[in-house]
Design a protein. Sequence first.
Length: 394
Amino acid sequence: MNASHRFPVWLLAISTVVYGLGCSPTAGAPQAAPAAQPPAAAAQSTAAPAPPAASGQSQAGTALQALVDAARREGQLTLVWSALTLGGSEGAAHLASGFNRLYGLNVNVQFTPGLNMAEMAPRLVQEQQAGRPATTDVYIGPARPLVTLMDADAVEPVDWASWASNIHDSRMLAPNGVGVEAAPFLVGITYHSGKLTGSAVPTSMEDLLKPEFKGRIASTPYAANFDYLASPALWGERRTLDYVTRFADQVSGLIRCGEGDRLVTGEFDVFAIDCGTWEALRLQAKGAPVAQVVPRDAALMFYWYLAVPRNAAHPAAAKLFINYLLGREGQDYVYETHFADHPLVPGSKTIADIEKARATGAQITTIDVAFYQRSDNKDLDRVAGEVVRVLQQR
């Protein structure tokens, strides 16, 4: 399938969904993240093959060591993503240190702030089709652009189970191992917890149609996440468009994801549908009176994925880096920067948010690669355009 026809429709929403991804700067001069010096022998043992207590362990250790040796020969890892993703330049330096320490390497991690997640996918497709090296050795982004890369055969299948100790569960993988889930984001209703308490807190999207919320609600100009509801497995197209038509009359303003401070100032009391739990948690960390509820009738969760482009210049280092990010140390940093970590990684903090939502009776729909590959979800781009039109003409 030609990926180019997907790009214009979903770029508007995804490029602005998480941490202002649509506001990333254009690529500038490369910024080198400091490479760690060779660690002590105790640290180096982390990357050594496991003792041959079992055949499977021995084979996994051998495969891992082969990747470590290949990454050492490559000598570099090139990373390009938004300056606000994973802490930008500072985050890349932090992750480079842990990555090199884990495997006993001294790889030069070269980070350049550049295209956001949605824009990067068609760039990588174009580079693959032209036979040029990929802009980045590691792609990070949600399911929709990853499916674009998959349709163009622009991401490499990886047998993670054969060597990657941190990628231990097949539920973390896109088909054929072409992507690994990095972190989930629950979306819902962010609200001013000083103004709305107890029974006044909306717990469903239907609640937002009550007269008392008229003129108190903000939504996004790109109708973030409403298109998912149009899936036949959820609300369907007709119910979604009927709802948005009524919801638009309740909305008093349109704001971008990352502008939750406008709830703190009192400009709005509610923001829906938001772009993930991270928004409320970010503001809570500053002491702001903001909270989030996952609506019982629209419980959605999407994942960021990590993948290696087929034409990556440093594929061995890229695979090892992804395994590092799925370990507890890497996941702790993902949580530090985006308030999310994978629920299947031991020690997950996000799993408490997921269990809290399920305790309310919410049936969470995961917006993953499988969701986009369903034949009855192929028309969601068109519905997204209709929803945007309704909201913007409120």
